[in-house]
Design a binder for this molecule. Structure first.
Ligand code: C5P
Length: 292
């Protein structure tokens, strides 16, 4: 039997850093949203666990989150199974789009189905949180609030229709730890950032932006380009390096992308809709009809 599924990327519509914790992580409040950009994973039953990828420069060793996800699922379920996994990489990595995390979540879901395991959703969530702060979001999709490290999730209802994202991915990635470290917070230190309010729970803000832009000045140019092109919100996603603008319609997004003016050489421009949870679930989760 084999199974193919899509692992969708996210953007952070709002990201508030509330402080640094004693465990070294930062306390966050973020609004995640799924976008229509995905990796494709294929799982086939095999005696051993192995991973191959379409991206030659991506490590497919034991450090890859896909194999790590497979290993923790095996350990938690006590199963002794194998699979041949193929990863078609389309989401840029080191880009603040959660590509590696999305692959990890898809692996948990895909292998649970392929191997017919009865691992409960709650256990899958805990395994996901152990793999990375934003992995649990990719089990849920759509629009959701992440608190704590980002792993404590509250799913939000689907909006009436999609919004359109102009996604700008520069030809370099940014290491998440370096961006957080640049905030310069000491363990236990709270920020003076406003935490959001009842009337504006998700301010149009990303508290990692300045830190990322001080590491790579090109990011400021990208954000100002998409803002000038008419985006209603122009933000860094996560800790970067992707920058995105939000538009109400496909037409205005295409227009915005055409009006960008000069962007740093090698920047990849994509126009994609946001994806509601019901569509995410229909497209991302392995259903019986997808099993071959
Ligand atoms: O959880 P994840 O493995 O994605 O985190 C990678 C790194 O990003 C952490 O080791 C930490 O340096 C930083 N991070 C953080 N606070 C968070 C999430 C990530 O400081 N809430």
């Amino acid at each position: 039997m084999s199974l193919t599924l899509e692992a969708f990327a996210k953007v952070n519509r709002s990201l508030l850093v509330l402080g640094r914790r004693h465990d070294g992580f930062h306390e966050l409040r973020t609004l995640f949203e799924t976008i229509d950009l995905s990796d494709v994973l294929t799982f086939e039953e095999a005696p051993e666990l192995s991973l191959a990828s379409s991206a030659g420069d991506l490590s497919v060793g034991e450090d890859n989150l896909v194999l790590r996800a497979a290993r923790v699922l095996l350990a938690a379920s006590g199963a002794e199974r194998g699979a041949r996994i193929h990863l078609e990489k389309r989401i840029p990595w080191g880009a603040g789009l959660g590509g590696g995390s999305a692959d990890a979540a898809a692996t948990l879901l895909g292998l649970r189905a392929l191997w017919g395991l009865d691992t409960p959703d709650g256990v899958l969530h805990d395994l996901a949180a152990g793999l990375g702060s934003d992995v649990p979001f990719f089990l849920v999709g759509g629009r959701a609030v992440g608190e704590g490290r980002g792993e404590r999730l509250t799913a939000l209802p689907d909006p009436a229709g999609p919004e359109w994202i102009v996604l700008l991915s520069p030809p370099f990635g940014l290491p998440t730890p370096a961006v957080f470290a640049r905030l310069g917070l000491t363990p236990g230190q709270a920020t003076t950032n406003l935490p959001g309010s009842d009337s504006e729970p998700f301010p149009d803000r990303n508290d990692l932006e300045q830190a990322a832009e001080s590491l790579r000045g090109e990011l400021r140019i990208l954000r100002s380009a998409i803002s000038s092109a008419g985006a209603t919100s122009a933000r860094l996603s996560g800790s970067g390096s992707s920058v995105f603008g939000v538009f109400a319609s496909r037409e205005s997004a295409l227009q915005g992308a055409a009006n960008l003016g000069e962007v740093p050489e090698g920047t990849r421009i994509r126009v994609v809709p946001t994806i509601a949870r019901r569509d995410f679930q229909a497209r991302a989760f392995p259903g019986d009809e997808e099993r071959r």
